[in-house]
Design a protein around this ligand. Structure first.
Ligand code: NDP
Length: 280
């Protein structure tokens, strides 16, 4: 059995090319999809993420408006900017890069974004829509995982899926999406008893933990599909996932690499949400 490497970099490029064509059609109808990108402070990782998002916008033809605010910005000032962006008809999507400086309550900011412009899918209305099966924006990393598996024709219906991690941005929404695909879903976390045993039953194993090489071969059933969401930086500067890739590779029927797996899909799905927002 040879293992399929699910290439998120290539798949994301395909999606961006499809979106580029869609945006060209929208522009013929005088609609210019526009994303407002808000960055507060000088977090280095955030600066890289924002740069990559703006670059993807440029490639596809989405206009990006950049708001780079000082790290001393108050919650009131940021709320005022969001209210202004909410009321602008030429702005279709609003993205506030997290984390925010500690004087700003993230929950208040996410709540302030108009749900119809919430391309990150973090607003409780969109989270609620996902859980009751209504249309809405789905957060980008989980949406990217489903899209990647679909494009590699990985069947999900009836499969036993184990998700390690229960965060609001990955673990919980990916579990809801897998349920929507008619999978049988188990959600594990730091208090799960005998995690390896839970994982050994998985046809599809999703690791969203944030611990380098945490998932060893003892967690993996032969033939399982492994999706590695983790992005961890090792002491030598290299990036690695939550899955011990080399030792799990031969056991897996399909696996995502880090980097080049889920990461690029996240940005592609953000772009997809922006185009969707403009289309609506
Ligand atoms: P969080 O820290 O919010 O959540 C981590 C989850 O892992 C928690 O639910 C936690 O359990 C669980 N966990 C921690 N330790 C263990 C353990 N020993 N055994 C079992 N479960 C454990 O992280 P995120 O969900 O935000 O991100 C997870 C990873 O994915 C990170 O590496 C992050 O960088 C990456 N990421 C990648 C993205 C991409 O685009 N590829 C996007 C977003 C995140 P508990 O709830 O009990 O604490």
């Amino acid at each position: 059995m040879s293992t399929i490497i699910m290439n998120g970099k290539k798949t994301a490029q395909d999606i961006k090319d499809e979106l580029k064509a869609e945006v060209a059609l929208l522009k013929e109808k005088s609609i210019e999809p526009t994303l407002a990108v808000v960055l507060v402070g000088e977090n280095q990782a955030s600066q890289v993420y924002v740069k990559n998002k703006k670059r993807a916008c440029e490639y596809i033809g989405i206009r990006s408006l950049s708001y780079e605010l000082d790290c001393t910005t108050s919650e009131e000032e940021l709320l005022k900017l969001i209210h202004d962006l909410n009321s602008r008809s030429d702005v279709h999507g609003i993205l506030v890069q997290l984390p925010l400086p500690k004087q700003i309550n993230e929950g208040n900011i996410l709540l302030a974004i108009d749900p119809s412009k919430d391309v990150d899918g973090f607003h409780p209305i969109n989270v609620g829509n996902l859980s009751v099966g209504r249309e809405g924006f789905v957060s980008c990393t989980p949406a990217g995982i489903i899209e990647l598996m679909k494009r590699y024709s990985i069947p999900m219906e009836g499969k036993k899926c184990v998700v390690i991690g229960r965060s609001n941005i990955v673990g919980k929404p990916i579990s809801m999406l897998l349920l929507r695909e008619n999978a049988t879903v188990t959600i594990c976390h730091s208090r799960t008893k005998d995690l390896a045993l839970e994982c050994q039953g998985a046809d599809i194993l999703i690791a969203a933990i944030g611990k380098a090489n945490f998932v060893s071969k003892d967690f993996v059933k032969k033939g399982a599909v492994i999706v590695d969401v983790g992005i961890n930086r090792l002491e030598n500067g290299k990036l690695c996932g939550d899955v011990a890739y080399d030792e799990c590779f031969d056991l897996a029927s399909a696996i995502t690499p880090v980097p080049g797996g889920v990461g690029p899909m996240t940005i592609a799905m953000l772009m997809k949400n922006c185009v969707l927002a403009a289309t609506k």
